[in-house]
Design a protein around this ligand. Structure first.
Ligand code: HEC
Length: 148
């Protein structure tokens, strides 16, 4: 009887140990999912589809920003990311998860996951009104043709 909690703990550790490294730059997938539900999905929807008004979809598109100059910085400076009340560690975990969860096909082969340090730097300088124009310029730079 008294040994059961220990056994459960060991199983928990074994399951947990399988997770790190599964997604580059994501050390805790469950945490990322919970953070997404709490901080992001109200606008971007649970499946990343966004809406057809003001909140953009992430599904099938968000990683395309990584393919254009300035796009990597944009993702770290967009207000929904930069100003969320998560520490840099959890934000890096969440942003890397978001890219692979919603748009794995566009993550460049040489993509280096965001680090907490990098996001700490980028989010000190959040985009403000210039974000709409900046976004439009980046999107215009996406390679034309089939989106996948
Ligand atoms: C209040 C609504 C809202 C919330 C909450 C929100 N976002 Fe956004 N997000 C937007 C809007 C609107 C844009 C388009 C750029 C802009 O105008 O800010 C955007 C843009 C983005 C982008 C850039 C891709 C693009 O298509 O522009 C990423 C990545 C992103 N959000 C991730 C997140 C993450 C991760 C969270 C949670 C931590 C989050 N967002 C929370 C509304 C939101």
């Amino acid at each position: 009887m008294t040994r059961r909690p220990v056994l459960l703990l060991l199983i928990g550790l074994a399951v947990g140990a399988a997770a790190p490294g599964a997604i580059p730059g994501v050390h805790d997938e469950n945490q990322a999912h919970v953070d997404y539900m709490l901080k992001c999905q109200g606008c971007h929807r649970p499946d990343g589809s966004g809406d057809d008004q003001s909140n953009p979809p992430m599904r099938g598109i968000v990683a395309r920003f990584l393919t254009v100059p300035g796009g990597r910085e944009f993702l770290g400076r967009v207000p929904g990311v930069a100003t969320t009340n998560l520490d840099n560690e959890r934000l890096a975990n969440l942003l890397n998860w978001t890219l692979y969860r919603f748009d794995p096909q566009h993550v460049p082969a040489d993509f280096k996951p965001y680090t907490p340090e990098e996001l700490g730097r980028l989010r000190q300088n959040p985009l403000r009104l210039d974000r709409v124009e900046t976004r439009a310029r980046l999107v215009a730079g996406f390679a034309s043709g089939p989106s996948d």
